[in-house]
Design a protein around this ligand. Structure first.
Ligand code: 5AD
Ligand code: SF4
Length: 467
């Protein structure tokens, strides 16, 4: 099984196993937490909640698991290979634990929720298993382990949003941050394990979202990404909808960029599109996963929209926000998918010409509707071949989209040195394109600069800052 995705390194499994570190605070108890996160942005945001809860218990974080008292791994279950990576990592932590039996090893997040107590039986060196809604219980669970017991809490909640917990921003650049606006998912896409691992959908109090955005602005942050499994179904007390929340956050500061993810094609409204169009600081970028371009497959996936409906939403975006970037997720080789149906996905890609894409081979997940009702009958080689055709098309499309910026000037929020060279700076434009340009005196991370774009690759715009 291979997973391939292009361009946006912050999405889904593109971010794997990053250790998160905060500066040691003033009065600590000397205990050290090492936390590593896998999977989606929501998981990374959750690790910041976990760090905050343990910070209150006197823990400081470390980037070196060898010196930690507690090692947590915040896991993802979305595809089988994501779980395999976590298991490999756990066996490395297990080796450290053999040398230092006092080390507490914990599994958090989706995989903890999926496997529950089975984890403690399968992975003997794991001490604590905690699902995504039980992080407030961590201090108590750690105490239990210190008394020599194994500890587990995988209860899902209908209310928990961690609204009152101020996340400790981990390993961030001090410029861009995530804000969770809701948790869980009530859609029952047949391929997806998330409704089982993250539970029922619940929205967070808009006042607490706005307060968090304000606090970030006061700390010098310049961009927030509002996170939810399906942001368009955000609803607070039956009154505030996602478009209204988006506007409330946009009004916090004209200098604060607002992004959001993920939108669902069945739910994204024109009201949301008009709100984006109305506010300069709401970025013109929508992640609108199509999954498949064929109506029969969409029905089997239980996506509750047709090919035509999706195209209509794309048309609405193009009309209301003409320069909006659009990205997608696509699954290759879903149950019973024929060659013609795969061609429908390719032709959908031609229709939309996505700016970015995240593409995966279908991976059956135990307990899902598809695992129970459908046959995973597309041979692995066929899935891989279809995936590579999708990938090639996306690469062409990304290049096409980025070429539109060549010769133009784009406004970039500088995030810091580029990954490849300290001599270059990088940041994103409004449409989420990564822009790299030579560092110049007077330009610092956190500033907005105009960059004249000279050329591009299929993933990056290259140019010179105008000062
Ligand atoms: N197999 C492959 N890809 C999957 N995704 C979710 N579940 C599966 C699965 N069982 C993909 C979808 C989703 C993205 C986050 O991961 O495309 O949008
Ligand atoms: Fe995130 Fe989904 Fe993976 Fe859970 S299963 S970590 S919600 S991508």
């Amino acid at each position: 099984m291979i997973d391939l995705q292009l361009t946006d390194k912050t999405h889904d499994e593109a971010r794997q196993g990053e250790a998160l570190v905060i500066e040691p605070p003033r009065s600590r108890n000397g205990r050290k937490l090492y936390i590593e996160s896998y999977g989606c942005q929501m998981n990374f945001a959750d690790s910041e909640i976990v760090a905050s809860i343990l910070f209150d218990q006197g823990f400081e974080t470390t980037g070196d698991y060898q010196e930690a008292d507690v090692v947590f791994i915040n896991t993802c279950s979305i595809r089988e290979n994501a779980e395999q990576r976590v298991r490999n990592r756990l066996s490395q932590f297990g080796a450290v634990k053999r040398r230092n039996p006092k080390l507490i090893v914990g599994v958090l997040g989706c995989m903890a929720e999926r496997l529950k107590s089975k984890f403690l039986e399968e992975e003997k060196l794991v001490d604590v298993v905690v699902g995504p809604d039980a992080y407030r219980d961590l201090p108590q669970l750690i105490g239990q382990v210190e008394e020599g017991q194994k500890a587990i809490n995988v209860l899902l909640s209908r209310e928990e949003t961690y609204a009152d917990i101020s996340p400790v921003r981990l390993n961030g650049n001090g410029i861009t941050a995530f804000i969770s606006i809701m948790r869980g998912c009530d859609n029952m896409c047949s391929f997806c394990v998330v409704p089982f691992t993250r539970g029922r959908e619940r929205s967070r109090d808009p006042e607490s979202v706005v307060a968090e955005a304000r606090e970030l602005v006061s700390q010098g942050y310049k961009e927030v990404t509002l996170l939810g499994q399906n942001v368009d179904s955000y609803k607070w007390n039956g009154i505030v909808n996602f478009a209204q929340l988006l506007e409330m956050v946009a009004l916090v500061s004209p200098d604060l960029r607002v992004r959001f993810s993920t939108s669902h094609p069945k739910d994204i409204t024109d009201e949301v599109l008009y709100t984006i169009a109305r506010h300069d600081n709401i970025c013109n970028y929508i992640h609108l996963p199509v999954q498949s371009g064929n109506t029969r497959i969409l029905e089997l996936m239980n996506r509750t929209y047709t090919r035509e409906w999706y195209m209509n939403r794309i048309d609405a975006i193009r009309t209301i926000i003409p320069d909006c970037a659009i990205s997608t997720d696509i699954i290759a080789g879903f149950c019973t998918e024929t060659e013609e149906e795969h061609q429908d996905t390719l032709s959908m890609m031609d229709y939309v010409r996505y700016d970015y894409g995240f593409m995966f081979c279908y991976s059956e997940r135990p307990g899902t509707l598809a695992a129970r009702k459908l046959t995973d009958d597309v041979p692995e080689e066929v899935k891989k071949r279809r995936l590579s055709e999708i990938l090639v098309k996306q690469q062409e499309s990304s290049l096409f989209r980025l070429q539109q910026f060549v010769g133009k000037t784009v406004r970039v929020l500088v995030e810091g040195p580029s990954k490849k060279s300290e001599k270059d700076l990088c940041g994103r434009n409004d449409q989420n394109a990564m822009v790299v340009f030579p560092a110049t005196d007077g330009i610092e991370a956190g500033q907005y600069v105009y960059v004249q774009v000279d050329r591009c690759t299929s993933a990056t715009l290259l140019g010179t800052a105008l000062i």
